[in-house]
Write a protein that binds this ligand. Structure first.
Ligand code: ZN
Length: 128
């Protein structure tokens, strides 16, 4: 006997396609300037999932401020996240989501700030 579905498969596929289309349009409309070098540096700095600290898992680019809420794929807005955190957070607001998951929001925010400060290229004037 085939497994019962709550909704017909075609309906959820159509909804997913609509969602993907909207997302694509939204992403094209904003500047997403995260470079591969920056992504590598971020992954190395966090050394695991930025939210739950899971290490040795595949990491995905997660927008702290979700794309649907105006976030962009930029150096300041992207952190590495495990598939579980990424899927769970989805379009949620990061602090609300972290509190709900009982994750250390304060530690995340301060670590994020210090990683950005460490990775951000220094202006030339400061080196002189
Ligand atoms: Zn995680």
């Amino acid at each position: 006997m085939p497994p019962r579905r709550r909704f017909p498969a075609t309906r959820s596929a159509a909804a997913a396609a609509r969602y993907a289309k909207r997302r694509k349009r939204r992403l094209a409309a904003v500047d997403n300037d995260l470079t591969d070098e920056q992504w590598t540096a971020l992954r190395e700095a966090w050394a695991g999932c930025a939210y739950c600290r899971a290490a040795d898992v595949p990491l995905q680019r997660d927008c702290i401020q979700p794309v649907s809420r105006g976030g962009r794929y930029t150096f300041e807005n992207v952190v590495p996240a495990c598939a579980s955190c990424n899927a769970s957070k989805h379009n949620g607001e990061v602090t609300t989501w972290m509190r709900r998951r009982k994750l250390d929001e304060r530690a995340f925010l301060s670590r994020h700030a210090s990683i950005l400060a460490a990775l951000r290229p220094r202006p030339k004037a400061e080196e002189a």
